[in-house]
Design a protein around this ligand. Structure first.
Ligand code: ADP
Ligand code: ADP
Length: 230
């Protein structure tokens, strides 16, 4: 099954702002796609739908095969916990807390014992090239390193889907390239990744580009685009 399947999804805020106007989107395991469009086009709203942070006004959202309309809020948050990793423009790291503990905290509610949480956190930091920074606190790290810690936290539980919302938006181009390199490596090792961006260069760097305008998908090019249903 698809990791993500949106069908005829609409989202109307406050009864009047039509943020999504009928979105169909499927994402297969292993894809790296960009959701690109100008400010106000509906990208964040799509991220909220895919991330199950909010429910659609109409239409169907399936994540990892589950129709989210059939799940309670509690079941939804469990699905989110095991299926999705999030990276945002702001790094959202706890200040004064080591990189290792920042990543391990992301596994707090998984039921994994503390010692294994720390082992997994260390392994995730290795994956993003920060195996030598485990004890560093956020203020001792560069912006690119802080965002890599955030990526490590997002993938420490091995979620099938990583959602990145403007992951390089707060970084200079060198640090941005560092973070994109980490995402490319994760993609190469099988993680499905969706990057929300207004940056056309980052979109072009992705094998698939989904272009959004005025709440609609206006183009969908590259790997996986328009793939027939399995
Ligand atoms: P983007 O991420 O592409 O900038 P958004 O999804 O944030 O676009 O916004 C799409 C439209 O929906 C915009 O007109 C925005 O002002 C509106 N919008 C987004 N979130 C809300 C909300 N919580 N309440 C009301 N309007 C919203
Ligand atoms: P960014 O463009 O930096 O991603 P957004 O403009 O999308 O930020 O919005 C940040 C938050 O504010 C989101 O949670 C979004 O849903 C909410 N939001 C956006 N537009 C509106 C709006 N017109 N009214 C209320 N909330 C909004």
């Amino acid at each position: 099954p698809y990791v993500v399947a949106l069908h005829a999804v609409t989202k109307v805020y406050a009864g009047q702002v039509h943020a999504l106007r009928g979105v169909d989107l499927t994402v297969a395991g292993g894809e790296l796609l960009a959701i690109v469009g100008p400010s106000g086009s509906g990208k964040s709203t799509m991220l909220h739908m895919i991330g199950t942070l909010d429910r659609p006004t109409s239409g169907t959202v399936r994540i990892d095969g589950y129709d989210i309309a059939e799940l309670s809020d509690r079941e939804l948050s469990a699905l989110r916990g095991r299926t999705l990793g999030f990276v945002f423009q702001q790094f959202h790291l706890a200040p004064g807390v080591s990189a290792l503990d920042n990543v391990a905290e992301g596994l707090l509610y998984t039921g994994i014992p503390r010692r294994e949480r720390r082992e997994r956190a260390a392994a995730a930091l290795e994956r993003v090239g920060l195996g030598h920074r485990l004890a560093h606190r956020p203020h001792q790290l560069s912006g690119g390193e802080q965002q890599r810690v955030a990526v490590a936290r997002a993938v420490a539980g091995d979620p099938p889907l990583l959602l990145a919302d403007e992951p390089t938006g707060n970084l200079d181009s060198g640090a941005g390239a560092e973070v994109l390199g980490v995402l490319r490596d994760l993609h190469a090792s099988g993680t499905t990744i969706a990057i929300i961006t207004h940056d056309v260069e980052i979109a072009d760097w992705c094998p698939r580009q989904v272009r959004v305008r005025d709440g609609r998908i206006v183009a969908d090019h590259g790997d996986g685009a328009g793939r027939p249903a399995e």
